[in-house]
Design a protein around this ligand. Sequence first.
Ligand SMILES: *Cc1c(COP(=O)(O)O)cnc(C)c1O
Length: 403
Amino acid sequence: MEDTLTVDDKFSALIRHWTQRVEALKDDDLYFYNQPIEELCGGVKVRTHGREMLMFASYSYLGLIGHPKINAAAQAAIETYGTGTHGVRMLAGTLALHSELEATIARFKGTDDAVTFSSGYVTNLTAIATMVGRHDIVICDKLNHASIVDGCILSGADMVRFRHNDMDDLERCLKKADPRAAKLVVVDAVFSMDGDVIDLPTTVELCQTYGAYLMVDEAHSIGVLGERGRGIEEHFGLTGVIDLKMGTLSKTIPSVGGYLAGRADLIQMFRHASRAFIFSAALPPAQAAAAKVAFEVIMEEPERVLQLRRNAARFISGLKGLGFDTMRTETAIVPVMCGTDERAFTMTRHCQRDDIFVLPVVSPAVPEGQARLRATVTAAHTLADIDKALEVFERAGKRTGLL
Ligand SMILES: *Cc1c(COP(=O)(O)O)cnc(C)c1O
């Protein structure tokens, strides 16, 4: 007999799967997601469930959330423009503020022009789907962010993946690709689970040799990499080697949205051909103003970037000194390897009970057996904050049997 599962059974099973997974964790007191933050207390403390905790799960790498200049710009934008736009950018939605924001991003990134979208996720979807389609090839690092993967699927292009940061494998993929097909290579600058940095010089060289276009996602790279926080090109002392630079306005930049930066004609194309630009509303005025001023603050206060670097170095070397495995991170994203999902949950519980706000990453976000805490350092942490976290991690590691 044919499979007799009804549509209703299928959906019930799906919902039941997720209900059971969440309930099982809650029953064991191991559920840490979607924790409501009630209050920000100073730079790096948060109040959740009535308790003050030290934040080690923030993407606000330069500590810019709540910066007085940025807040003031957002408030002034509401006074001038109100809280919404008149719809999509192409029709009545483009404000002078959007053009100013895009000019500021282009200046920061050293490109001709930039264009913004309503989220980083959507920026990746639309960038890839605009650039490539059926009969084209998109080549990705295996650990690329989910939004890049989804963009590849949406595009309909042939998706090929190379081993993480393995340049021989990238070359193999480029060699094997049909020489007549258009090829787009997409990589993260800093990988969001491991904190390591793509080998940009070799990636660029290979793209040039094999005639591929290069797009780099700098979600965790702006404000973090390079002396002045300009990102991965500055980190490697290269300029203008990336065809399309993508970034988000929701991490180092305390706003929301995403951008693409590059050559004038390329960016102009996105303003007319990318569906997320044509069919989705413009960034709200307050968020556009906050983002613009945030880029200016990074340019005016470059010491924040150095502070972040010092803090990350101290935190990583402290963890390594205690005997933790932090993979190959050299950035503000610091994986603390735990092995099984259960161990990662237990570590989290110990840390959170000692008032360190840190979160676990488990399968399927990372491969089975590579569960970890993903701790992030920011420029707003003091040395005392970092030392306190190290103490708590050490105690938790011993209790969990990791140390
Ligand atoms: C966070 C993130 C995005 C998505 O950005 P949002 O603005 O949060 O939608 C894209 N790529 C990477 C690597 C990210 O870490």
